[in-house]
Design a protein around this ligand. Structure first.
Ligand SMILES: Nc1ncnc2c1ncn2[C@@H]1O[C@H](COP(=O)(O)OP(=O)(O)OP(=O)(O)O)[C@@H](O)[C@H]1O
Ligand SMILES: [Mg+2]
Length: 251
């Protein structure tokens, strides 16, 4: 989908920097990233291990503090917010899927997925319908009444994706959402991401796989904490491509 910018970008960073201090030695993880993501855009973040992808998306969700630079979410300056203000912003506007899933162990899968929608004021009926849709798309309907601890890693990862999308968040941040999945479940996850994207969902997704990135509108490549490439995915390729095919990127 080509997005005509209307209103502020969903997300923007200005000269964003993260330097970790470990044992006195500074480790620069993100070194001056300027990234602008329009509403409705689907951006894949690629780059070798250690290039700063996770650090970047953690900062975008307020899970890690920046060293310097600016973060704007939906036209609002976010990097200067307190932790509690970030928590509110996250609940209202951001959905996460990270490598650790943080599902609530003593609640069922169904309740885990419904909770964010209920917390943000959705009616119980709406929350239930959304949960049924998401679990159905991810082939998890028969796990709805289980405790997350009884699910495999890949199943828990899909529950985490359903939970992140329960709220129809302004921005979905995903760090390798297909990292633990076999090809069939990868296909289900990609189909759902494609669907919600067509419904207008803004997505920023870290991935190692060109096949997964091929679903995005744009691929941003990081190297040593800096953007070294930022290019559109060829539209013709995206249209023809099914989630099982190989794609070429240009840009
Ligand atoms: N909590 C931390 N403390 C110190 N250094 C860290 C911390 N987290 C990440 N780093 C360092 O920052 C750099 C970027 O790490 P990051 O996790 O963002 O990379 P990545 O691109 O997500 O890698 P991968 O593809 O392996 O997930 C690495 O050099 C890493 O060692
Ligand atoms: Mg990472």
């Amino acid at each position: 989908m080509t997005t005509a910018p209307s209103g502020p970008p969903a997300l923007q960073t200005v000269n964003l920097v993260k330097i970790y201090q470990t044992g006195g030695l500074p480790v620069p993880a993100v070194r001056g990233v300027d990234l602008r993501v329009e509403r409705g855009e689907f951006v894949a973040i690629m780059g070798p291990s250690g290039s700063g992808k996770s650090t970047l998306v953690h900062m975008l969700g307020g899970l890690d503090t920046r060293t310097s630079g600016e973060i704007w979410i939906d036209g609002r300056r976010a990097d200067t917010l307190s932790e509690s203000a970030w928590a509110i912003l996250r609940r209202q506007k951001i959905g996460f899927v990270f490598q650790f899933f943080n599902l609530v162990g003593n609640m069922t899968v169904a309740d885990n997925v419904e909770l964010p929608a209920l917390l943000s004021g959705a009616s119980p009926k709406h929350a239930r319908e959304r949960r049924e849709y998401l679990l159905g798309e991810l082939n998890l309907t028969d796990k709805a009444d289980e405790a997350p601890g009884r699910l495999s890693g890949g199943e828990q990862q899909r529950v985490a994706l359903a939970r992140a999308l329960a709220n129809q968040p302004q921005v979905l941040l995903a760090d390798e959402p297909t990292g633990n999945l076999d090809s069939r479940n990868t296909r289900d996850v990609l189909r759902l991401l494609g669907q919600v994207h067509r419904q207008g969902q803004t997505i920023v997704m870290v991935t190692h796989e060109a096949r997964v990135a091929g679903l995005a509108d744009r691929v941003v490549t990081l190297l040593d904490g800096q953007i070294v490439d930022d290019g559109a995915v060829a539209p013709a390729r995206r249209r023809k491509q099914g989630p099982g095919d190989v794609v070429e990127l240009h840009g």
